[in-house]
Design a protein around this ligand. Structure first.
Ligand SMILES: Cc1cc2nc3c(=O)[nH]c(=O)nc-3n(C[C@H](O)[C@H](O)[C@H](O)COP(=O)(O)O)c2cc1C
Length: 189
């Protein structure tokens, strides 16, 4: 990596005139990102993308991949914080420890995958996502319903969805900017 790039969290993801993750977090020297794929599928495109992000991140950006969506029990508001299941405690701790979150998720039946929504429900009341910058990557340009729903859910949870850091990826038909949305950025890497 170039010396100038190592000075902050910019790196080979740097796109001219594009806000970078370090523009949205307080710590400019080192950024810890928790990356979540909303898919449990073995050959998931979203999981592959999250893995690529972790692999390509510059030295000053640490990307941890959260891999326990399937371990989280169904959300139950009756469960008090002091009795929270171990997987929930670990998920909350992982969110607390990061500076920003990256979510790449498929859409199922025009909605957010149940496992991902379930995870988010576990942290509505405990508040680990409050003020957390979140980038939403859409690996399928058609999946506008789930993307919009995630923006709404995360916004009502007082997370900071960073639209400039949110992109729509290439669809089978080519590059497609999702329509009628608070525009995710669409670009060629
Ligand atoms: C049960 C089911 C429902 C789906 N519903 C939608 C949908 O409503 N809209 C859409 O764009 N894609 C839909 N898809 C396609 C997936 O979102 C798409 O294949 C996605 O890329 C899968 O992500 P993954 O490779 O990370 O698992 C659906 C797939 C499945 C299995």
């Amino acid at each position: 990596m170039e010396g100038t790039e190592a000075a902050d969290c910019r790196g080979h993801w740097n796109i001219p005139d594009t806000p970078q993750v370090c523009d949205f977090v307080g710590n400019q020297d080192f950024v810890h990102i928790l990356a979540i794929s909303g898919s449990l599928r073995r050959t998931s495109a979203n999981s592959a993308l999250v893995g690529a992000v972790a692999h390509l991140a510059p030295d000053t950006v640490d990307v941890s991949i959260y891999g326990e969506l399937a371990e989280l029990p169904p959300f139950n508001p009756d469960v008090n914080d002091d009795a929270a299941p171990t997987a929930v405690v670990r998920f909350r701790a992982a969110l607390t420890a990061c500076d920003a979150v990256l979510i790449a998720s498929p859409e199922y039946a025009h909605g957010v995958p149940g496992v991902l929504k379930n995870a988010l429900d576990w942290v509505v009341a405990s508040g680990e996502l409050i003020d957390t910058p979140i980038a939403l990557i859409n690996t399928s340009a058609r999946a506008t319903h789930a993307w919009t729903s995630l923006v709404e859910t995360l916004s009502v949870m007082s997370a900071r969805v960073v639209l400039d850091a949110s992109i729509t990826s290439r669809s089978a038909a080519g590059w497609t900017q999702t329509a009628s949305l608070p525009t995710p950025r669409s670009h060629r890497p």
